[in-house]
Design a protein. Structure first.
Length: 63
């Protein structure tokens, strides 16, 4: 969903996909908690951080 995609511009440009619990930096999937880019998007979008803390469990559940 396009509404879940956010571009975060810092030293490099990372794209956060809140709908798929992923960020192009890769840390979100590896660490299981939102990376700094994701957190920024979650807060900016007014969402709840706790909804994104255990993404791997959610992904497995919905497969
Ligand atoms: Zn990131």
């Amino acid at each position: 969903m396009a509404a879940d995609l956010f571009e975060v511009h810092s030293i490099r440009t990372d794209v956060v996909d809140l709908g798929h619990f992923s960020c192009t930096c890769g840390r979100w999937r590896v660490e299981g908690i939102p990376c700094a880019h994701a957190l920024q998007c979650i807060i900016t979008d007014g969402r709840l951080i706790q909804d994104f803390i255990y993404p791997m469990l959610s992904i497995l559940f919905y497969r």
